[in-house]
Ligand binder design. Sequence first.
Ligand code: SF4
Length: 342
Amino acid sequence: MTQATVTTQASADDVLTVAREQVLERGIGLSREQTLGVLRLADDRLEQLLELAHEVRVKWCGPEVEMEGIISLKTGGCPEDCHFCSQSGLFASPVRAAWLDIPSLVEAAKQTAKTGATEFCIVAAVRGPDERLMAQVAAGVEAIRNEVDIQVACSLGMLTRDQVDRLAAMGVHRYNHNLETARSHFPNVVTTHTWEERWDTLRMVREAGMEVCCGGILGMGETLEQRAEFAADLAALAPDEVPLNFLDPRPGTPFGDLEVLPAADALRAVAAFRLALPRTILRFAGGREITLGDLGARQGILGGINAVIVGNYLTTLGRPAEQDLDLLGELRMPIKALNETF
Ligand code: SF4
């Protein structure tokens, strides 16, 4: 064994030993520096890391896995320039603006409830809602609450105080608004609004009593330091749920030519975010198929994830809901057989 290898192994042991005592035993999430140490772990420590992340998830979140459906009320034609997003109207992307009607929305909520999902999230590709969208959402939420036994969440971009209060009064249970990436990397990803504007919406959502759902996308050219910074940003926000996406480079977007995040890096990041956010619902969102393939469903979930989106995502095809349902039995099992795959 070379000196360099010995050093790597020793420091890896240190990070995971500290994490076991601090996060698993005491429930205190990793700091930014500690998270960076985890993100720098060598591939031969990945199995040990995923195992610890899974133990942390089970201890602090329990064995349940939350399932959520997602529907696009207004698709495409967004005036913002988030460089990863095929719904921006500023890029040569294939997604054209379209609206869904209320009966279709209710039907989608019914189908989602049948899968066993407990959350149904209404999404619109907008900077923030205008009156037309607020009226559509109000009608949709009321119709769903009357006909379907499911919690309704919304993701409608940046909100004013008045809009936050109105959504809360409608009975919206959770609001999703992603910070997307570390504060220091955000200007490289979005130029039409700021990270701080997003933060302000999240603060108001919390103050209005709705659950906060906030995550982002990994693999957008951020450094490991910025990935750790993002985990620390989220830990400071303490959201109820963190959806983790991996960049699925969409043709025609400014990030269309970026490389897909290697599977080992994605898994390491999932586990690191779990160790930074021991009590949060950590959800696999878009991009997992392209990054992780079949690995993602099993190792990623066993490595700290405790929620999934069922069925299709907003603009790309996800896995059929049945495949996720098949996984639920496995999700309660302790990690095993990772060596067979790595
Ligand atoms: S605000 Fe949302 S829908 Fe609009 S470009 Fe950004 S990520 Fe896409």
